[in-house]
Ligand binder design. Structure first.
Ligand code: ADP
Length: 374
């Protein structure tokens, strides 16, 4: 490694070089000043000493000699001073570079480990300076990567789990058919068909989820009469409410302004919320859908008298694959993705979707707001 490379590649030598330059420039200035000013000062002092020495009878010491030896000692002292200053510059650069280089080295090692997939790596934050900020930013990035990785692993685990149930029941039924244990009649085929439909629904949900999470949903927004949309969604699910023995009421405020929305997407949200209310409300209960203006926005509320939701579950309902009752056998139900998609869709409209419940057995309320069309 040449000296040039050494200085170019090592912070420590860069610092030393800059300090050494400061020391040398300072010394040269000092030397020139001493050379210019010292003789005048010396002559002045020598004259005073001469008169003193004549009183003391030491006239043979010449002013000339005095000046020479004085200049020699000035040079000597300056030389020593330069050497000491250079030494100090070296130690200083060592100390400063240690303070800068060590954190940078740690950061380099940590980013290598991060690149190798160790997302738990963190580095100590030294003080409040720029290096400290950099370390804090690095740690934040590592934490976010760790979370992303965790979500990815969870997703794979959840998808695998969701696929396993319908696949194993299809396999069991097929084996039953092959072995002659199950009768080859329409009932068996309908069961197989419904498991296949469940798989298909899951695949569709996953596709939709990945698109909404990637922000790839294109909204075709127009001023929409939300009352018409709510009534249409209710009408579509009315037969299922009737079958289950549930009452479904729709209340639309008079003179409701139009909202700026993608009709199909908001229909999807309404169907999801009404479908959940239908699913989680036992026979004999009721579901009420309302639309009203509140604080300059339109609020749509779906209130049911169903199973309700415990407070500890409320914050998680909109996480993908989250289900309050993990073990519930739900042949017609989703996989805990519906609300995740619904919230993304409402948020893409610039709105918000939330859930509330007084507790288990006391019904639930899901509500969302949409902006009014200008
Ligand atoms: P799924 O498609 O499985 O219903 P969602 O994302 O739509 O999934 O809902 C997530 C979970 O929220 C459900 O599994 C259920 O536990 C709970 N939930 C949703 N709606 C209601 C409701 N109206 N009453 C009680 N619990 C509900």
């Amino acid at each position: 490694m040449t000296l040039h490379d050494l200085i170019r590649q090592r912070l420590r030598w860069k610092l030393f070089l800059s300090y050494a330059i400061v020391v040398l420039v300072g010394s040269i200035v000092l030397l020139i000043t001493a050379r210019l000013h010292a003789p005048t000062a010396l002559t002045h002092h020598a004259m005073r000493m001469e008169s003193m020495m004549s009183v003391m009878g030491m006239r043979d010491v010449l002013a000339e000699d005095l000046r020479d030896s004085f200049m020699a000692s000035v040079n000597e002292v300056l030389l020593v001073a330069v050497a000491v200053a250079l030494g100090a510059a070296f130690l200083m650069s060592l100390f400063i570079s240690q303070r800068i280089v060590e954190p940078v080295r740690q950061m380099r090692r940590a980013s290598q480990r991060l690149a190798e997939g160790d997302y738990r790596v963190r580095i100590p934050v030294w003080g409040d300076d720029e290096l400290g900020d950099l370390a804090a930013a690095f740690n934040q990035m590592a934490a976010e990567l760790e979370q992303t990785e965790q979500r990815r692993l969870d997703l794979i685990g959840n998808v695998t789990h969701e696929l396993r149930t319908p696949l194993s029941s299809i396999q069991a039924m097929m084996e039953g058919l092959i072995d002659g244990v199950l009768p080859a009649d329409p009932a068996t085929y309908v069961n197989i068909q419904s498991e296949l439909a469940r798989l298909q629904g899951l695949v569709q949900d996953l596709q939709e989820l990945s698109r909404v999470e990637a922000g790839e949903i294109m909204l075709d927004r127009h001023p929409v009469q939300i009352g018409v949309l709510v009534a249409a969604a209710a009408a579509r699910l009315q037969p299922q409410f009737d079958d289950k023995g549930l009452r479904l009421a729709v209340e639309i405020e008079d003179g409701l302004p139009r909202v700026l929305a993608d009709k199909n997407r908001i229909m999807q949200v309404l169907i999801n919320l009404l479908g959940n209310a239908l699913q989680y409300t036992p026979a004999g209960g009721s579901v009420r859908v309302t639309a009203a203006v509140e604080k300059g926005r339109v609020v749509i509320t779906v209130r049911d008298t169903g199973v309700g939701i415990a407070a500890e579950h409320l914050p998680h309902l909109f996480e993908r694959f989250y289900r309050v009752d993990k073990s519930r056998a739900r042949p017609g139900g989703g996989s805990g993705i519906g609300l995740t998609i619904a919230r993304h869709l409402v948020e893409a409209h610039g709105g918000a979707l939330w859930a509330g419940s007084p507790g288990p057995g006391q019904g639930s309320t899901f509500a969302f707001v949409l902006p009014i069309a200008a």
